[in-house]
Design a protein around this ligand. Structure first.
Ligand SMILES: NC(=O)c1ccc[n+]([C@@H]2O[C@H](COP(=O)([O-])OP(=O)(O)OC[C@H]3O[C@@H](n4cnc5c(N)ncnc54)[C@H](OP(=O)(O)O)[C@@H]3O)[C@@H](O)[C@H]2O)c1
Length: 239
């Protein structure tokens, strides 16, 4: 993995290149992948866009996060599981006072989540579910396998959700999408950083983009650009 911007370098250390700010405030980073022609999915999933370099960045970003925030749509489609501790991240996490593994945080209105699924079992930390007071599902169904946070009346309020995570000491947030959740985070003005892999592929079709939702008008600034085997890894920060 080499760095093209801001200053060229070979063999970049990913944990350093993607270190979170050190001021204790909540920082929301998203990590998404897109084809060169803007598709966020191939055959309904992101896997077809991922490259070996993308997998390395994906794993490194999880290793740095306190919490992985993901929409229920992505958790269902991509077969998410609660997160295990990785030995290679142990010493850095201990030095930063982090838990052994990030907490999986699921955002869902309908709560159509199977309590027996790997979303709630096998991980190092208890999964959190963030929902609204008007949730159509039954939060008590999940109470034995997850902590359920109510943030918002009719819809999950992103600011309230992030405040509830901060109350639990979770401030280094990694949002892994999907496009609907990410659009809401951006619309709420809470997307501090977007890590975007541009996979060297043209896929055509009508797959969704990395944000799905109402029109936005937000500027971002390019903070870093890495390259590996033709894939680009851009880090954009909010202006
Ligand atoms: N290219 C990439 O990097 C990337 C990354 C992630 C996902 N994807 C792809 O994106 C697709 C999924 O897209 P998506 O946009 O449907 O996924 P999503 O944003 O993960 O999920 C949408 C769902 O999340 C819940 N949700 C999100 N915001 C909410 C809010 N404010 N309040 C209440 N619930 C909220 C709702 O769940 P309920 O339905 O449970 O109410 C909603 O139906 C998949 O094909 C996946 O493979 C691509």
């Amino acid at each position: 993995m080499r760095r093209l911007l801001p200053s060229p370098a070979e063999d970049v250390e990913l944990a350093e290149a993607y270190a979170y700010p050190d001021d204790g405030r909540t920082w929301v980073r998203a990590n998404m992948v897109s084809s060169v022609d803007g598709a966020a999915v191939v055959d309904g999933r992101s896997e077809g866009l991922s490259t070996p370099g993308d997998k390395r960045v994906f794993a490194a970003l999880r290793g740095l996060a306190d919490a992985v925030l993901v929409g229920a749509g992505t958790a269902r489609t991509e077969g998410y599981r609660s997160l295990r501790a990785k030995p290679e991240h142990g010493s850095r996490r201990r030095a930063l006072g982090q838990r052994p593994a990030p907490v999986l945080v699921l955002v869902s209105g309908r709560l159509d989540l199977d309590p027996d699924s790997p979303l709630f079992h096998g991980g190092a930390e208890r999964t959190l579910v963030v929902t609204s007071a008007a949730s159509g599902g039954r939060p008590e169904r999940l109470a034995s396998v997850a902590d359920v946070i109510v943030a918002g009346a009719t819809h999950v309020d992103i600011g309230a959700a992030l405040a509830a995570l901060a109350d639990r000491g979770l401030t280094r947030i990694l949002c892994e999408g999907g496009p609907h959740l990410l659009a809401e985070v951006a619309a709420a003005g809470r997307l501090d950083e977007l890590c975007l892999t541009v996979a060297p592929q043209l896929v055509g079709g009508d797959g969704s983009r990395i944000l799905a939702g109402p029109h936005l008008d937000k500027s971002v600034a390019l903070a870093q650009l890495l390259e590996d085997d033709g894939a680009l890894f851009a880090r954009y920060v909010r202006q």
